[in-house]
Design a protein around this ligand. Structure first.
Ligand code: TYC
Length: 119
């Protein structure tokens, strides 16, 4: 894990010092910070036999901020491999993107599928 944390340590001063001969009565004086980075979610685009390539390119430009060249490349990856990650987001943003793509595809009567999964 790369997240920085404070390692628990024993208090080694005053009446807790080993020199006192009173045994190991160390006290934990600091604890692991309980803040965690929020989980990230991959947004996946799935291939199908019917959605036009240009429609998929447009979706990637419109909802994922890709240039035409980037969008075309990712579209071709999905077409050839069946699936590709089109972005990584917080849960809320990923849900919004999936909803936007699914709604846009439905309104245009294309069977394009977009899903999310925890990274
Ligand atoms: N396979 C589609 C076709 O040949 C194109 C396509 C690409 C569809 C990517 C969906 O996510 C997709 N028209």
């Amino acid at each position: 894990m790369t997240q920085e944390r404070i390692t628990p340590t024993r208090a080694m001063a005053g009446s807790n010092s080993p020199q006192d001969g009173e045994g190991d009565t160390g006290v934990v004086v600091d604890t692991k910070p309980k803040t965690k980075r929020p989980p990230l979610y991959k947004v996946l685009l799935l291939n199908d036999d019917y959605t036009p390539m240009e429609f998929v390119v447009h979706v990637l430009e419109r909802f994922f901020g890709m240039t035409h060249a980037q969008a075309f490349e990712i579209m071709l990856t999905v077409h050839k491999k069946g699936v590709a990650v089109v972005g990584v987001f917080s849960h809320e943003i990923a849900e919004t993107k999936v909803g936007q793509v699914m709604d846009f595809a439905r309104r245009h009567q294309h069977p394009l599928q977009c899903t999310m999964e925890k990274e």
